[in-house]
Design a protein around this ligand. Structure first.
Ligand SMILES: Nc1ncnc2c1ncn2[C@@H]1O[C@H](COP(=O)(O)OP(=O)(O)OP(=O)(O)O)[C@@H](O)[C@H]1O
Ligand SMILES: [Mg+2]
Length: 443
Protein backbone atom coordinates (compact mmCIF):
# COMPACT_ATOMS: atom_id res chain seq x y z
CA UNK A 1 0.00 0.00 0.00
CA UNK A 2 1.46 3.37 -0.95
CA UNK A 3 1.29 6.18 1.59
CA UNK A 4 2.28 9.77 1.68
CA UNK A 5 1.98 12.75 4.05
CA UNK A 6 -0.45 15.32 2.77
CA UNK A 7 0.71 18.43 4.42
CA UNK A 8 3.51 19.13 2.02
CA UNK A 9 1.20 20.14 -0.76
CA UNK A 10 -0.19 23.01 1.31
CA UNK A 11 2.05 25.96 1.73
CA UNK A 12 1.72 29.55 2.71
CA UNK A 13 1.65 32.03 -0.14
CA UNK A 14 3.20 34.79 1.89
CA UNK A 15 6.77 33.99 0.89
CA UNK A 16 5.86 34.78 -2.71
CA UNK A 17 8.64 32.45 -3.82
CA UNK A 18 6.67 30.17 -6.05
CA UNK A 19 4.88 31.40 -9.16
CA UNK A 20 2.77 28.28 -9.76
CA UNK A 21 -0.12 28.55 -7.28
CA UNK A 22 -3.67 27.36 -7.50
CA UNK A 23 -6.37 28.01 -4.92
CA UNK A 24 -7.56 24.87 -3.19
CA UNK A 25 -9.76 26.02 -0.38
CA UNK A 26 -12.15 28.35 -2.20
CA UNK A 27 -15.44 28.98 -0.44
CA UNK A 28 -15.04 26.01 1.90
CA UNK A 29 -13.42 28.23 4.50
CA UNK A 30 -16.72 29.90 5.26
CA UNK A 31 -18.33 26.54 5.94
CA UNK A 32 -15.87 26.08 8.80
CA UNK A 33 -18.24 27.89 11.14
CA UNK A 34 -20.98 25.31 10.61
CA UNK A 35 -19.26 22.95 13.03
CA UNK A 36 -19.37 25.31 15.99
CA UNK A 37 -16.57 26.37 18.33
CA UNK A 38 -15.36 22.88 19.31
CA UNK A 39 -14.54 21.53 15.88
CA UNK A 40 -13.73 23.64 12.89
CA UNK A 41 -13.15 22.55 9.33
CA UNK A 42 -9.50 21.80 8.61
CA UNK A 43 -7.63 24.72 10.03
CA UNK A 44 -6.56 26.04 6.68
CA UNK A 45 -4.33 29.03 7.18
CA UNK A 46 -5.63 32.25 5.63
CA UNK A 47 -3.41 31.95 2.62
CA UNK A 48 -3.30 28.15 2.35
CA UNK A 49 -2.92 27.17 -1.26
CA UNK A 50 -1.66 24.23 -3.20
CA UNK A 51 1.77 24.67 -4.61
CA UNK A 52 3.11 22.75 -7.52
CA UNK A 53 6.67 22.40 -6.37
CA UNK A 54 9.47 22.30 -8.87
CA UNK A 55 10.93 18.79 -8.96
CA UNK A 56 14.40 17.83 -7.80
CA UNK A 57 16.87 16.32 -10.25
CA UNK A 58 15.51 12.93 -11.37
CA UNK A 59 15.55 10.28 -8.66
CA UNK A 60 16.84 12.67 -5.98
CA UNK A 61 15.22 13.32 -2.59
CA UNK A 62 16.27 15.29 0.50
CA UNK A 63 15.49 14.33 4.10
CA UNK A 64 15.68 17.23 6.56
CA UNK A 65 15.49 16.30 10.25
CA UNK A 66 14.73 19.43 12.28
CA UNK A 67 15.71 18.10 15.71
CA UNK A 68 16.12 19.81 19.06
CA UNK A 69 19.86 19.20 19.28
CA UNK A 70 20.82 19.03 15.60
CA UNK A 71 19.53 19.68 12.11
CA UNK A 72 20.50 17.04 9.57
CA UNK A 73 20.18 17.29 5.79
CA UNK A 74 20.63 14.16 3.67
CA UNK A 75 20.56 14.11 -0.13
CA UNK A 76 20.21 10.69 -1.74
CA UNK A 77 18.79 8.35 -4.34
CA UNK A 78 17.83 4.67 -4.63
CA UNK A 79 20.35 2.26 -6.09
CA UNK A 80 19.61 -0.77 -8.27
CA UNK A 81 18.78 -2.87 -5.16
CA UNK A 82 16.32 -0.20 -3.97
CA UNK A 83 18.64 0.69 -1.09
CA UNK A 84 19.18 4.30 -0.07
CA UNK A 85 22.43 5.78 -1.33
CA UNK A 86 23.67 8.95 0.42
CA UNK A 87 25.13 11.63 -1.85
CA UNK A 88 25.27 14.59 0.53
CA UNK A 89 25.22 14.85 4.33
CA UNK A 90 25.44 17.83 6.67
CA UNK A 91 24.67 18.41 10.34
CA UNK A 92 24.34 21.74 12.13
CA UNK A 93 23.64 22.31 15.87
CA UNK A 94 20.04 23.29 16.56
CA UNK A 95 19.17 25.99 19.08
CA UNK A 96 15.80 27.31 17.93
CA UNK A 97 13.48 24.56 19.17
CA UNK A 98 11.83 23.92 22.51
CA UNK A 99 9.92 20.69 23.18
CA UNK A 100 10.04 19.76 19.50
CA UNK A 101 8.60 23.06 18.19
CA UNK A 102 10.32 25.98 16.50
CA UNK A 103 10.45 28.95 18.89
CA UNK A 104 13.24 30.95 17.27
CA UNK A 105 12.61 31.32 13.54
CA UNK A 106 15.84 33.17 12.79
CA UNK A 107 18.13 30.63 14.43
CA UNK A 108 16.26 27.62 13.06
CA UNK A 109 16.06 29.04 9.53
CA UNK A 110 19.80 29.85 9.56
CA UNK A 111 20.72 26.33 10.72
CA UNK A 112 18.41 24.73 8.12
CA UNK A 113 19.89 26.93 5.40
CA UNK A 114 23.43 25.98 6.38
CA UNK A 115 22.69 22.25 6.57
CA UNK A 116 20.84 22.18 3.24
CA UNK A 117 23.43 24.30 1.49
CA UNK A 118 26.30 22.03 2.60
CA UNK A 119 24.53 18.77 1.80
CA UNK A 120 23.28 19.96 -1.61
CA UNK A 121 26.69 21.39 -2.55
CA UNK A 122 28.32 18.10 -1.61
CA UNK A 123 25.80 16.08 -3.65
CA UNK A 124 26.06 18.53 -6.55
CA UNK A 125 22.49 17.93 -7.78
CA UNK A 126 19.48 20.18 -8.35
CA UNK A 127 17.23 20.36 -5.26
CA UNK A 128 13.93 22.27 -5.09
CA UNK A 129 11.98 20.40 -2.42
CA UNK A 130 12.62 18.52 0.80
CA UNK A 131 10.83 16.11 3.14
CA UNK A 132 10.89 17.19 6.78
CA UNK A 133 9.51 16.20 10.18
CA UNK A 134 7.09 17.49 12.80
CA UNK A 135 7.96 16.75 16.45
CA UNK A 136 5.14 18.67 18.13
CA UNK A 137 2.16 17.17 19.93
CA UNK A 138 -0.28 15.13 17.82
CA UNK A 139 -3.87 14.00 17.98
CA UNK A 140 -4.81 10.53 16.74
CA UNK A 141 -8.23 10.18 15.12
CA UNK A 142 -10.09 7.53 13.15
CA UNK A 143 -12.20 8.96 10.33
CA UNK A 144 -13.92 7.76 7.16
CA UNK A 145 -13.46 9.42 3.76
CA UNK A 146 -15.69 8.93 0.72
CA UNK A 147 -15.49 9.92 -2.94
CA UNK A 148 -17.77 9.10 -5.85
CA UNK A 149 -15.83 8.20 -8.97
CA UNK A 150 -17.45 9.44 -12.12
CA UNK A 151 -14.89 7.82 -14.39
CA UNK A 152 -16.15 4.23 -14.50
CA UNK A 153 -14.02 3.29 -17.52
CA UNK A 154 -10.71 3.38 -15.69
CA UNK A 155 -9.80 1.32 -12.64
CA UNK A 156 -8.98 2.80 -9.27
CA UNK A 157 -5.48 4.32 -9.25
CA UNK A 158 -3.17 6.35 -7.03
CA UNK A 159 -4.93 9.55 -8.12
CA UNK A 160 -8.15 8.28 -6.49
CA UNK A 161 -6.32 7.65 -3.21
CA UNK A 162 -4.82 11.16 -3.40
CA UNK A 163 -8.32 12.59 -4.02
CA UNK A 164 -9.71 10.63 -1.09
CA UNK A 165 -6.94 11.97 1.16
CA UNK A 166 -7.59 15.54 0.00
CA UNK A 167 -11.28 15.11 0.84
CA UNK A 168 -10.21 14.40 4.42
CA UNK A 169 -8.84 17.94 4.70
CA UNK A 170 -12.45 19.11 4.75
CA UNK A 171 -13.36 17.14 7.88
CA UNK A 172 -13.78 18.88 11.24
CA UNK A 173 -10.66 18.93 13.42
CA UNK A 174 -9.98 20.44 16.83
CA UNK A 175 -9.35 24.21 16.66
CA UNK A 176 -5.77 25.13 15.74
CA UNK A 177 -5.00 21.70 14.30
CA UNK A 178 -4.57 20.31 10.83
CA UNK A 179 -3.66 16.97 9.27
CA UNK A 180 0.03 16.10 9.31
CA UNK A 181 -0.33 12.54 8.10
CA UNK A 182 -3.08 10.09 7.35
CA UNK A 183 -3.00 6.44 6.49
CA UNK A 184 -5.79 4.29 5.05
CA UNK A 185 -6.52 1.36 7.39
CA UNK A 186 -8.57 -0.41 4.72
CA UNK A 187 -10.74 0.51 1.73
CA UNK A 188 -14.39 -0.04 0.90
CA UNK A 189 -15.45 -0.17 -2.76
CA UNK A 190 -19.20 -0.07 -3.50
CA UNK A 191 -19.92 -1.45 0.00
CA UNK A 192 -17.35 -4.28 -0.33
CA UNK A 193 -15.32 -3.89 2.90
CA UNK A 194 -11.80 -4.78 4.09
CA UNK A 195 -9.90 -4.18 0.86
CA UNK A 196 -6.17 -3.75 1.50
CA UNK A 197 -5.03 -2.83 -2.02
CA UNK A 198 -7.68 -1.14 -4.19
CA UNK A 199 -5.36 -0.27 -7.11
CA UNK A 200 -6.66 -1.77 -10.34
CA UNK A 201 -10.14 -2.54 -9.02
CA UNK A 202 -13.33 -1.17 -10.56
CA UNK A 203 -15.80 0.80 -8.49
CA UNK A 204 -17.82 3.96 -8.09
CA UNK A 205 -18.22 4.65 -4.37
CA UNK A 206 -14.68 4.62 -2.99
CA UNK A 207 -14.25 4.87 0.79
CA UNK A 208 -11.52 4.40 3.36
CA UNK A 209 -11.22 4.35 7.13
CA UNK A 210 -8.21 6.53 7.85
CA UNK A 211 -5.99 6.85 10.86
CA UNK A 212 -5.41 10.60 10.95
CA UNK A 213 -2.59 12.38 12.78
CA UNK A 214 -3.16 16.08 13.35
CA UNK A 215 -0.63 18.63 14.59
CA UNK A 216 -0.61 22.27 15.63
CA UNK A 217 -1.14 24.65 12.69
CA UNK A 218 1.23 27.27 14.10
CA UNK A 219 4.03 24.76 14.70
CA UNK A 220 3.67 23.38 11.18
CA UNK A 221 3.58 26.84 9.63
CA UNK A 222 6.68 27.98 11.52
CA UNK A 223 8.57 24.90 10.40
CA UNK A 224 7.63 25.51 6.76
CA UNK A 225 8.56 29.18 7.02
CA UNK A 226 12.04 28.24 8.23
CA UNK A 227 12.57 25.72 5.43
CA UNK A 228 11.36 28.12 2.75
CA UNK A 229 14.00 30.62 3.80
CA UNK A 230 16.53 28.16 2.40
CA UNK A 231 14.87 28.71 -1.01
CA UNK A 232 13.37 25.23 -1.17
CA UNK A 233 9.79 24.01 -0.85
CA UNK A 234 8.41 21.46 1.60
CA UNK A 235 7.08 18.49 -0.33
CA UNK A 236 5.90 16.59 2.72
CA UNK A 237 6.00 16.67 6.49
CA UNK A 238 5.88 13.44 8.50
CA UNK A 239 5.51 13.00 12.24
CA UNK A 240 9.00 12.21 13.60
CA UNK A 241 7.98 8.81 14.99
CA UNK A 242 6.82 7.69 11.55
CA UNK A 243 9.97 8.97 9.85
CA UNK A 244 12.26 7.17 12.33
CA UNK A 245 10.28 3.94 11.99
CA UNK A 246 10.81 4.02 8.25
CA UNK A 247 14.58 3.77 8.79
CA UNK A 248 14.71 1.06 11.44
CA UNK A 249 11.92 -1.43 10.71
CA UNK A 250 10.81 -3.47 7.69
CA UNK A 251 7.39 -4.21 6.17
CA UNK A 252 7.31 -7.70 7.73
CA UNK A 253 7.71 -6.23 11.21
CA UNK A 254 4.90 -3.74 10.50
CA UNK A 255 2.73 -6.70 9.54
CA UNK A 256 3.50 -8.66 12.72
CA UNK A 257 3.20 -5.67 15.04
CA UNK A 258 5.96 -3.39 16.26
CA UNK A 259 6.40 -0.07 18.08
CA UNK A 260 9.24 2.41 17.61
CA UNK A 261 10.38 4.75 20.41
CA UNK A 262 12.78 7.50 19.28
CA UNK A 263 14.35 9.12 22.33
CA UNK A 264 15.77 12.45 21.19
CA UNK A 265 17.18 15.42 23.07
CA UNK A 266 13.90 17.13 23.94
CA UNK A 267 11.15 14.78 22.83
CA UNK A 268 10.36 11.10 22.52
CA UNK A 269 8.52 10.17 19.33
CA UNK A 270 6.42 7.03 19.14
CA UNK A 271 4.85 5.06 16.31
CA UNK A 272 2.90 1.79 16.37
CA UNK A 273 2.24 -0.66 13.52
CA UNK A 274 0.06 -3.76 13.21
CA UNK A 275 -1.15 -5.72 10.16
CA UNK A 276 1.07 -3.54 7.98
CA UNK A 277 -0.70 -0.34 9.01
CA UNK A 278 0.33 2.62 11.16
CA UNK A 279 -1.98 2.68 14.20
CA UNK A 280 -0.59 5.53 16.27
CA UNK A 281 2.02 8.30 16.28
CA UNK A 282 2.68 10.96 18.88
CA UNK A 283 5.25 12.85 20.89
CA UNK A 284 6.05 12.82 24.60
CA UNK A 285 7.66 16.02 25.83
CA UNK A 286 10.53 14.25 27.61
CA UNK A 287 13.92 13.27 26.25
CA UNK A 288 17.64 13.07 26.89
CA UNK A 289 17.80 16.72 28.02
CA UNK A 290 15.64 15.80 31.00
CA UNK A 291 18.18 13.14 32.00
CA UNK A 292 21.01 15.67 31.56
CA UNK A 293 19.11 18.09 33.82
CA UNK A 294 18.73 15.37 36.49
CA UNK A 295 22.49 14.66 36.39
CA UNK A 296 23.21 18.38 36.51
CA UNK A 297 21.07 18.84 39.58
CA UNK A 298 22.68 15.91 41.39
CA UNK A 299 26.31 16.73 40.51
CA UNK A 300 26.43 20.52 40.10
CA UNK A 301 27.90 20.10 36.60
CA UNK A 302 26.92 22.37 33.70
CA UNK A 303 24.39 21.03 31.17
CA UNK A 304 27.13 20.22 28.65
CA UNK A 305 29.29 18.47 31.25
CA UNK A 306 26.32 16.50 32.53
CA UNK A 307 25.52 15.35 28.98
CA UNK A 308 29.12 14.29 28.45
CA UNK A 309 29.09 12.33 31.71
CA UNK A 310 25.92 10.55 30.56
CA UNK A 311 27.43 9.70 27.18
CA UNK A 312 30.76 8.46 28.54
CA UNK A 313 29.76 6.71 31.79
CA UNK A 314 25.97 6.40 31.65
CA UNK A 315 23.94 3.20 31.83
CA UNK A 316 20.36 2.31 32.72
CA UNK A 317 21.10 -0.83 34.78
CA UNK A 318 22.82 -0.04 38.10
CA UNK A 319 22.72 -3.69 39.17
CA UNK A 320 25.17 -4.57 36.39
CA UNK A 321 27.78 -2.05 37.51
CA UNK A 322 30.73 -2.69 39.81
CA UNK A 323 29.93 -0.61 42.96
CA UNK A 324 33.61 0.25 43.38
CA UNK A 325 33.71 2.22 40.11
CA UNK A 326 33.90 5.93 40.91
CA UNK A 327 33.86 8.90 38.50
CA UNK A 328 36.03 11.86 39.46
CA UNK A 329 34.95 15.27 38.09
CA UNK A 330 35.27 19.04 38.60
CA UNK A 331 32.41 21.49 38.28
CA UNK A 332 32.84 24.68 36.21
CA UNK A 333 35.20 27.08 37.99
CA UNK A 334 35.49 24.56 40.83
CA UNK A 335 38.82 23.82 42.43
CA UNK A 336 38.06 20.65 44.36
CA UNK A 337 37.60 17.23 42.83
CA UNK A 338 34.14 15.72 43.24
CA UNK A 339 33.05 12.10 43.00
CA UNK A 340 30.02 10.09 41.97
CA UNK A 341 29.77 6.32 41.77
CA UNK A 342 28.81 4.84 38.41
CA UNK A 343 26.00 3.07 40.26
CA UNK A 344 24.53 6.40 41.42
CA UNK A 345 24.82 7.84 37.92
CA UNK A 346 23.00 4.81 36.54
CA UNK A 347 20.29 5.15 39.21
CA UNK A 348 19.62 8.75 38.11
CA UNK A 349 19.39 7.75 34.46
CA UNK A 350 17.37 4.60 35.17
CA UNK A 351 14.73 6.44 37.15
CA UNK A 352 14.03 8.95 34.34
CA UNK A 353 14.18 6.25 31.67
CA UNK A 354 11.68 4.13 33.61
CA UNK A 355 9.29 7.08 33.65
CA UNK A 356 9.79 7.74 29.95
CA UNK A 357 9.44 4.14 28.79
CA UNK A 358 6.41 3.69 31.10
CA UNK A 359 4.68 6.71 29.52
CA UNK A 360 5.50 5.53 26.02
CA UNK A 361 4.31 2.01 26.75
CA UNK A 362 0.95 3.28 28.09
CA UNK A 363 0.40 5.05 24.77
CA UNK A 364 1.42 1.95 22.81
CA UNK A 365 -0.94 -0.31 24.78
CA UNK A 366 -3.83 2.12 24.26
CA UNK A 367 -3.17 2.22 20.53
CA UNK A 368 -3.06 -1.56 20.21
CA UNK A 369 -6.57 -2.11 21.62
CA UNK A 370 -5.67 -5.64 22.71
CA UNK A 371 -3.73 -6.59 19.57
CA UNK A 372 -0.26 -8.02 20.20
CA UNK A 373 3.12 -6.64 19.23
CA UNK A 374 4.81 -9.78 17.95
CA UNK A 375 8.03 -7.94 17.07
CA UNK A 376 8.09 -5.90 20.28
CA UNK A 377 9.69 -2.48 20.61
CA UNK A 378 12.60 -0.82 18.80
CA UNK A 379 14.48 1.97 20.58
CA UNK A 380 16.14 4.60 18.45
CA UNK A 381 17.17 8.30 18.67
CA UNK A 382 20.36 9.55 20.36
CA UNK A 383 19.55 8.32 23.87
CA UNK A 384 19.04 4.78 22.55
CA UNK A 385 22.86 4.69 22.68
CA UNK A 386 22.63 4.24 26.45
CA UNK A 387 23.96 0.77 27.32
CA UNK A 388 21.36 -1.83 28.33
CA UNK A 389 18.33 0.25 27.34
CA UNK A 390 16.97 -2.84 25.61
CA UNK A 391 17.10 -4.84 28.86
CA UNK A 392 15.38 -2.08 30.85
CA UNK A 393 12.71 -1.87 28.14
CA UNK A 394 12.05 -5.60 28.46
CA UNK A 395 11.84 -5.37 32.25
CA UNK A 396 9.25 -2.57 32.04
CA UNK A 397 7.11 -3.75 29.15
CA UNK A 398 7.58 -7.52 29.18
CA UNK A 399 8.01 -7.29 25.40
CA UNK A 400 10.96 -8.17 23.20
CA UNK A 401 13.04 -4.98 22.78
CA UNK A 402 15.99 -4.13 20.59
CA UNK A 403 18.05 -1.17 19.43
CA UNK A 404 17.34 0.27 15.99
CA UNK A 405 20.24 1.25 13.80
CA UNK A 406 19.14 3.10 10.68
CA UNK A 407 21.29 0.96 8.40
CA UNK A 408 18.51 -1.46 7.46
CA UNK A 409 17.65 0.27 4.18
CA UNK A 410 20.99 2.02 3.59
CA UNK A 411 23.46 1.01 0.91
CA UNK A 412 26.29 0.65 3.38
CA UNK A 413 28.97 0.09 0.75
CA UNK A 414 28.12 3.52 -0.73
CA UNK A 415 28.38 5.40 2.59
CA UNK A 416 31.76 7.20 2.67
CA UNK A 417 33.80 5.92 5.63
CA UNK A 418 33.99 9.41 7.18
CA UNK A 419 30.18 9.33 7.63
CA UNK A 420 29.79 5.64 8.42
CA UNK A 421 30.02 5.93 12.21
CA UNK A 422 27.50 8.78 12.36
CA UNK A 423 24.99 7.38 9.91
CA UNK A 424 24.86 4.04 11.69
CA UNK A 425 23.99 5.76 14.99
CA UNK A 426 20.32 5.73 16.05
CA UNK A 427 20.42 9.54 16.23
CA UNK A 428 20.19 9.57 12.41
CA UNK A 429 17.09 7.36 12.11
CA UNK A 430 14.76 10.32 11.46
CA UNK A 431 16.83 11.88 8.68
CA UNK A 432 17.42 8.55 6.93
CA UNK A 433 13.72 7.65 7.29
CA UNK A 434 12.68 11.00 5.79
CA UNK A 435 15.04 10.52 2.88
CA UNK A 436 13.73 7.00 2.30
CA UNK A 437 10.13 8.23 2.33
CA UNK A 438 11.04 10.95 -0.17
CA UNK A 439 12.46 8.29 -2.46
CA UNK A 440 9.77 5.64 -2.14
CA UNK A 441 6.33 7.01 -1.24
CA UNK A 442 4.04 7.59 -4.19
CA UNK A 443 0.51 8.32 -2.96
N1 LIG B 1 26.45 7.84 23.14
C1 LIG B 1 25.40 8.37 23.72
N2 LIG B 1 24.97 7.90 24.92
C2 LIG B 1 23.89 8.42 25.52
N3 LIG B 1 23.16 9.45 25.02
C3 LIG B 1 23.55 9.95 23.85
C4 LIG B 1 24.67 9.45 23.13
N4 LIG B 1 24.78 10.16 21.97
C5 LIG B 1 23.79 11.07 21.98
N5 LIG B 1 23.05 10.96 23.09
C6 LIG B 1 21.89 11.77 23.50
O1 LIG B 1 20.97 11.79 22.44
C7 LIG B 1 20.20 13.00 22.49
C8 LIG B 1 20.16 13.61 21.13
O2 LIG B 1 19.49 12.70 20.34
P1 LIG B 1 18.98 13.08 18.88
O3 LIG B 1 20.14 13.53 18.08
O4 LIG B 1 18.21 11.90 18.39
O5 LIG B 1 18.02 14.30 19.24
P2 LIG B 1 17.33 15.34 18.26
O6 LIG B 1 16.78 14.61 17.10
O7 LIG B 1 18.26 16.46 17.95
O8 LIG B 1 16.20 15.93 19.20
P3 LIG B 1 14.61 15.69 19.24
O9 LIG B 1 14.33 14.40 18.52
O10 LIG B 1 14.28 15.62 20.68
O11 LIG B 1 14.03 16.88 18.56
C9 LIG B 1 20.88 13.89 23.53
O12 LIG B 1 20.13 13.81 24.74
C10 LIG B 1 22.23 13.23 23.72
O13 LIG B 1 22.74 13.42 25.02
MG1 LIG C 1 15.01 13.60 16.80
Amino acid sequence: MKKKGLLGIFENLSSGQFPQFKSLWGDDREAAHEHGPEHTKTAAPESAIEIILKENAEGIAVGLDVGSSKIVALVGRLDAQQKVEILGFAEVPSEGLIRGSVVNLTKTAAAIREALHSAITMANVEVNQVITNYSGLCNNLDQRGVIIREDMIHEIGNEDIIRLKKEMQGNPYPPGEQIVYLEPQHFIIDDEPDIRDPIGMAGQRFESDFHVITGEVTGLQNLQKCVRQAQVGVKDIYPTGIASAEAVICEEEKEEGIAVIDIGAAVTSISVYKHGIMRYADTILLGGNTINADIKEFTGLSSKQAELMKKVYGSVLPEQIDPSEIIQYKILNGTKDKFISKVDLALIIQSRMEELIGLAYNRIEEALKGRCLTCGIVFTGGDANLPNLRVLGEQITGLKCHGGSPTLHLQKSAVPSKWAEKLTSPAYATSIGLLKMGLTKVA
